[in-house]
Design a protein. Structure first.
Length: 295
């Protein structure tokens, strides 16, 4: 993760992970927007704003959208309640959901249809509602759960699911129901992330590949965050007795507990980093959110 100093002397992460297929995908989204009725933008409920994408949002223009905040089962429920209230005040269609809850997720389609029909009536006072095919487009950052959501809505394995970001690299139409089609699109990152904190959040939830983001930096940040956070799951899982402990000492305790030791008892840091990141992403270190709604 590259850093440069700004004029205040504070390090800022100038982070770029924008492969060529993402730039191409963004161009194609702009070209094909007129083929769909509404857009589903998938974000991560643990990082509701940082998993947005201003350039992607601007590309949508006046096209109606629903923001689907996925992975609520991994987010701090108290923080999620604050975000729900904040977005309700914004008066923008949104939906907080755990994509593994199929019954809850399937409410998205009726919501989308209702928004589309209301928009048609507003645009044309003489419009008469008919049973027409609903066409959606799904967009979002990598690894926010788009493929899992598609498979749940389609009730079959229609999209490839992987825990490595950036797997979908082409657009495809998927039939969800007889009268509902969805265009899948690749995960698209912002071309540039200047906010170091946001880059770390995105690295922690694996929107950015570990070989790009640097496992050491991400794991150090995450351990510090968990030591300061409300959840006890991290402490209990790694048998850390007090939060009054340094990140380095916490890493040493994890290495000893899990047998991540090199000759002469030195900790195998790389193995510790992989363990912490993997178990956090599985939800085994507690329900955690990054950041609270702006005031």
């Amino acid at each position: 993760m590259k850093r440069e100093n700004d004029k205040s002397g504070v390090g800022t992460a100038l982070f770029n992970w924008y492969p060529g297929h993402m730039a191409k995908a963004l161009r194609e989204i702009k070209q094909k927007l007129n083929m769909v009725d509404i857009v589903l933008e998938i974000r991560d409920a643990r990082v509701p704003l940082a998993t947005g994408n201003r350039e992607l949002h601007d590309s949508l223009g006046q096209k109606k959208r629903i923001i689907v905040f996925n992975k609520t089962n991994l987010a701090d429920p108290d923080v999620t309640k604050l975000w729900v209230k904040w977005f309700e005040e914004k008066n923008e269609p949104h939906f907080f959901v755990n994509c593994l809850d199929k019954a809850a997720l399937r409410k998205v389609i009726p919501m989308a249809r209702q928004i589309v029909e209301a928009n048609r009536k507003t645009s044309n006072p003489d419009y008469v509602e008919t049973k027409t095919k609903l066409k959606l487009m799904i967009v979002g950052l990598p690894n926010t759960g788009k493929s899992t959501i598609i498979n749940q809505l389609a009730n079959r394995s229609a999209a490839k699911v992987a825990d490595k970001p950036g797997q979908t690299q082409m657009q495809q139409w998927i039939e969800l129901e007889n009268d509902v089609e969805l265009m899948d699109t690749p995960g698209i990152m912002p071309p540039k992330i200047d906010n170091e904190k946001h880059a770390l959040w995105l690295s922690a939830i694996h929107a950015i590949p570990d070989d790009i983001a640097d496992e050491q930096t991400t794991a150090h940040f995450l351990i510090q965050h968990l030591l300061c956070g409300p959840t006890q799951a991290f402490m209990e899982r790694f048998k850390i007795e007090s939060k009054d402990i340094s990140v380095d000492d916490a890493i040493l305790k994890i290495a000893t507990l899990r047998g991540c030791l090199k000759p002469k008892g030195l900790p195998d840091l790389d193995r510790v980093y992989k363990i912490v990141l993997a178990e956090f992403r599985k939800g085994e270190l507690g329900r955690v959110s990054f950041g609270a709604p702006p005031k």
